[in-house]
Design a protein around this ligand. Structure first.
Ligand SMILES: O=c1[nH]c(=O)c2[nH]c(=O)[nH]c2[nH]1
Length: 300
């Protein structure tokens, strides 16, 4: 039986990086978590322990901090700079994947005016990107996670099969709530000329507006509508994946207290939760150009 080394990668996970742009009295913060993964001809270290091809993960971490000195800018651009550096500087490193999540900070308001250098953490929501460079070609998959949304009506769920294990009541009016994780792949290899910040802001707006306005017969239907709206609004996006935990809000039975409950009092369950996941794509999109950017990412 022949044994061989399969696909592998290595890097520094979750480098915490905060930068302060202090060019003027008004400071600008960037708060990132950066993970690097390198791929290439790494048989020697795995098979013999010869590390002459191994760019140490400690060096990868230091590179992240050193590159931040010139300013981070948009996370997609920062990730592209890092990935191109690693693949361009070391002969045996042929691929790099850089994952970045950006944590938001809001300025504290003092007497109604935004403070120059004091902030509150925005929320658990994060903007994300996954940049892959392989043999000189780059792919960009950006997204967001932890975007919590809720609508207090405009959601129904009925018509599902009933068997001996079904107890769920049908409803024509329920709370619908979720924490959106979305990842969208930018069209084509080496995407350029994209205003990353504007693209992100528009996609986020379309996602939340569609969640709000689409009358929902299931979270699955809402997922598809959200993805479809993004693809219709943003031609630079090839496909989008959504992962939507159904944050159940169950009606509390107030009958034991002689009270009615007309969709006013709920128990917000944290687990278990339904998990609705799916991809919405253009049917003319050639999956091949996604290359390593998409198909080797965890599905959601
Ligand atoms: O929108 C929903 N989709 C489901 O698949 C499902 N299953 C369930 O119990 N509640 C819901 N709600």
């Amino acid at each position: 039986m022949a044994i061989t080394l399969g696909p592998n990668q290595y890097g520094k996970a979750e480098v915490r990086l905060v930068t302060v742009d202090r060019q003027g009295p008004v400071h600008h913060l960037k708060d990132l978590t950066v993970s690097t993964s390198l791929r290439g001809h790494l048989e020697r270290t795995h098979l013999t322990g010869d590390n002459s091809d191994v760019v140490a993960t400690d060096t990868q971490k230091n590179t992240v901090y050193a590159f931040a000195k010139d300013g981070v800018g948009e996370i997609e651009d920062f990730a592209l700079r890092l990935a191109r550096h690693f693949t361009g500087s070391f002969e045996h490193i042929t691929g790099a994947r850089i994952l970045i999540s950006e944590h938001g900070w809001n300025r504290i308001e003092v007497d109604g005016r935004p403070h120059d250098h004091a902030f509150t953490r925005a929320s658990d929501e994060q903007r994300t990107t996954a940049v892959t460079v392989q043999d000189g070609t780059a792919w960009v998959v950006s997204g967001l996670t932890g975007l919590v949304v809720l609508k207090s009506t405009g959601s129904e769920f009925h018509g599902f099969p009933r068997d001996r294990y079904t107890t769920l009541a049908e409803t024509t009016d329920r709370i619908l709530a979720t924490a959106v994780t979305a990842r969208w792949r930018y069209r084509g290899a080496d995407p350029s000329g994209i205003d990353w910040s504007k693209s992100f802001a528009d996609i986020r707006r379309v996602l939340v507006e569609t969640f709000a306005t689409k009358h929902s017969l299931s979270l699955q239907q809402t997922l598809y509508a959200m993805g479809e709206a993004v693809l219709e609004a943003r031609p630079e996006v090839a496909e989008i994946r959504l992962s939507l935990p159904n944050k159940h809000h169950f009606l509390v039975d107030l009958a034991p207290f002689g009270l009615s409950n007309d969709n006013e009092v709920f128990y917000a369950a944290d687990r278990p939760y339904g998990l609705i996941e799916g991809t919405v794509l253009r049917d003319d999109e050639d999956g091949d150009d996604a290359g390593l950017a998409w198909h080797t990412l965890p599905a959601f």
